[in-house]
Design a protein around this ligand. Structure first.
Ligand SMILES: Nc1nc2c(c(=O)[nH]1)N[C@H]1C(S)=C(S)[C@@H](COP(=O)(O)O)O[C@H]1N2
Ligand SMILES: [Mo]
Length: 526
């Protein structure tokens, strides 16, 4: 019997060790959260480690993550980090029962990893960013040291079960630790929330000026009355979101500034939001697409944007496009979170409606979409044009500088590829027989869509009906009435753009410059 009882006591001691480790880990994160709340909300250890992981993730894996988890990719990443931390913390807790110092040293090591990640972030502002990880780790190591002493074997025994350690002493310490850590964490959350209040207030009180150049109303014929088709204008809440930010930056519009500087900038300038809003604004419908969008994928949306014409600001700064002798051929936009995106100066200044947008579908930019100001260049994928939370514009050359995504093997230049998507019927649907309306959207921003064709199985291409075109910079809806025979059928679609080029059948991956190929949907007609 003695053997069994000592086995039991080893087991329950291991469980206590694991619990001590978890509590220490929880304390570390809670204290880190509190310090982050005081120093910098985005410098919390999970956020910085997550950000560092994103930065180092190969493009193919990132693409896989976006494909598999969609816009939940960041939640999955954070849960993954927390899971790794929890398992390691339990292990260190068990270790600390025998080797108290080693367990605590392990916790400290995690603090070093967090601190290194914090300092490696592109938006790191110095040593302060390492503070949350370091103070958290010290608090966690200390906690584990204390708890391990309570849980460690004592010669006296005497508790119920007689397993040799003071169960009551341990549990008291555990409860006190949990309560203190919860208080610290809650206070940290509160401080983080309060830091964002200024930004929220500045957004709520922002008065949008009337555009000097308004967009005409969307033609009524641009929106087909087909159930299941993507709405012509994407509501803000449904607009796709793609970025590397684990914590969405909340920028206070009152203190926000935009700097324009660099090669060939004769008159560098810094603008406040009020200064930008005092200028004549343009309002335009522009369809934005992500280079990571698969054929038939969801990462595209169309909105009505209000903003400052970017080419005018550049001309005032003395910038000339390369075709007129300008020295800079790349415009690098930088965001408050350290993201860099490079756009061709020639396209930005060629007369298209490149803008610094302040509003989206009639409201100030949502925080997710770049409040207070983001860039947009019609016809280019988002990663080479659409910098959110922008704060700096630097004129340079493609030879001199590779921005974030280009360093990760994406193309330097990436005009949007002509694409058509079938929205309805959906893949593997069983639409009722008879006449079925096939419909969707097609896009070739800044070239426009002039024709969409549909093919059933290996039949001939049939011309689809096009909705009224809004502008060359927006997508265009299409529909096709199909007299469906019973059985399984593959529906395929392709578009022709305003230059007369037919969308290529050749399949390419999203990397390096966007997916190509035709979208097909298989359906079964009963
Ligand atoms: N600061 C910042 N801006 C960014 C990004 C980012 O990661 N950080 N992602 C870009 C990419 S890849 C795309 S497709 C668009 C998406 O804009 P949306 O999230 O408003 O749809 O934003 C661009 N601007
Ligand atoms: Mo993107």
């Amino acid at each position: 019997m003695g053997g069994v009882s000592s086995f039991r006591s080893t087991l329950s001691r291991a469980a206590l060790g694991a619990l001590a480790g978890l509590l220490a880990g929880f304390t570390a994160l809670a204290v880190a959260e509190l310090v982050a709340g005081l120093v910098r909300p985005t410098a919390g250890p999970v956020t910085v480690v997550g950000g560092a992981v994103i930065d180092r993730t190969p493009a193919s894996v990132k693409d896989f993550a976006i494909r598999t988890f969609g816009e939940n990719d960041k939640t999955v990443l954070q849960l993954g980090i927390l899971a790794v931390l929890a398992i390691t913390a339990m292990g260190l807790g068990v270790l600390s029962l025998r080797h108290r110092r080693a367990g605590s040293a392990g916790v400290l090591l995690f603090g070093v990893v967090g601190a290194a990640a914090a300092l490696s972030r592109p938006d790191s502002t110095g040593f302060g960013d390492a503070l949350p990880s370091i103070t958290g780790a010290v608090a966690g190591a200390f906690t584990l040291y204390l708890l391990a002493s309570k849980g460690a074997a004592t010669p006296s025994g005497g508790e119920a079960g007689g397993s040799g350690w003071s169960r009551r002493g341990f549990l008291t310490a555990a409860v006190v630790t949990a309560a203190a850590a919860t208080t610290a964490g809650t206070l940290g959350r509160f401080l983080v929330g309060r830091k964002g209040q200024g930004a929220i207030a500045s957004r709520n009180t922002l008065v949008l000026p009337k555009p000097a150049s308004p967009a005409p109303p969307v033609p009524s014929g641009a929106q087909l009355k087909v159930p299941g088709i993507s709405p012509f204008t994407t509501p803000n809440r449904d607009f796709y979101r793609v970025d590397t930010a684990l914590v969405v930056p909340r920028v206070d519009a009152g203190t926000w500034r935009l700097r324009i500087q660099g090669k060939g900038v004769a008159r560098p300038r810094t603008y406040s939001l009020d200064q930008l809003l005092a200028r004549p604004l343009i309002e335009r419908d522009i369809t934005l697409a992500c280079v990571s969008n698969e054929v038939g994928g969801p990462y595209i949306g169309n909105a009505r944007w209000l903003g400052v014409p970017l080419a005018e600001l550049l001309r005032e700064a003395g910038v000339q496009p390369p075709s007129r002798g300008g020295k800079a051929d790349q415009l690098v936009a930088r965001s408050v979170d350290g993201m860099t995106l490079g756009s061709p100066v020639e396209e930005v200044m060629d007369g298209r409606d490149a803008m610094l947008a302040v509003a989206m579908n009639g409201e100030p930019l949502p925080f997710d979409h770049g409040f207070p100001v983001r860039m947009l260049v019609p016809g280019l994928y988002g990663y080479v044009s659409a910098c959110k939370w922008i704060t700096d514009i630097e004129l340079t050359t493609f030879d001199a500088y590779d921005p974030y995504w280009v360093k990760r093997k994406w193309a330097r230049k990436a005009p949007v590829k002509t694409q058509a998507r079938i929205d309805t019927p959906t893949p593997f649907a069983r639409p009722a027989g008879g006449t079925i309306t096939v419909a969707g959207v097609a896009w070739a921003q800044h070239r426009g869509i002039t024709r969409v064709e549909v093919r059933i199985d290996d039949g001939p291409w049939q011309v689809a009906d096009l909705a009224v075109q809004d502008t060359l910079d927006t997508w265009r809806q299409w529909s096709y009435r199909w007299n469906a025979a019973p059985g399984g059928h593959t529906i395929t679609v392709r578009a022709t753009d305003g230059t007369g080029a037919v969308q290529t059948e050749e399949r390419s991956r999203t990397i390096p410059d966007g997916a190509s190929g035709w979208h097909s949907v298989f359906v079964t007609v009963p």
